[in-house]
Design a protein around this ligand. Sequence first.
Ligand SMILES: *Cc1c(COP(=O)(O)O)cnc(C)c1O
Length: 224
Amino acid sequence: MSINIEAYHSIMNFTASFNVLLVAVSKTKPNEDISELYHLGHRDFGENYVQELLKKQAELPQDIRWHFIGHLQTNKVKQIAPFVHLIHGVDSIKLLQEIDKVGAKLQKKISCLLQLHIATEETKFGFDKAEVLDTAMLYFKEGKYPNVQLCGLMGMASFTADEKQVQHEFQLLNSIFNEIKKDKSGDDKNFNILSMGMSNDYKIAVESGSNLIRIGSMLFGSRK
Ligand SMILES: *Cc1c(COP(=O)(O)O)cnc(C)c1O
């Protein structure tokens, strides 16, 4: 088990020219693989499962920035809230409310992205456009969820070989992101992350406006 250093360098070259952040998605992969990237200077890692994240966070260097990119159950927010760098998959008001509540207890703002459902598949979690605009309005204009730092949007394209379809979905998300920046977030410069793109579609994502890509299998090999 080891990482694909060549792929890492080629992605880093790509991201450098576009000013994009790479989150290395290490779910199901051992600490040794993470350490290997860590020693190359990489600090941003993404995980999907709370138990696995807690274990890795305890065992690995404390300056790793952990991104939670999976579907988060409300009853598990408090376990990751003390250390998590960014929660990407906020996909319901109930979850947002719970994160706000936990943030209040910890007396800190917890950084979050709202997840939009842009794919054609039924299974993917997320808000629709109207819900996201509504939530952004409540947050930016009415001061709702004061213990949340709303940093941007996240989405996953359909699992398809049709690049036009994928591009269309990413462009849709980008346009909603820009609409919120223009009409709602005002002077709040923290709303500046558009998280989209994985191993198979990150180039299309970046061409469509992404500034954070989440890449797993291309770096760490395929998962079981
Ligand atoms: C697993 C996962 C990724 C990484 O996917 P790869 O295809 O392995 O690059 C990115 N984002 C989310 C939300 C994931 O669950």
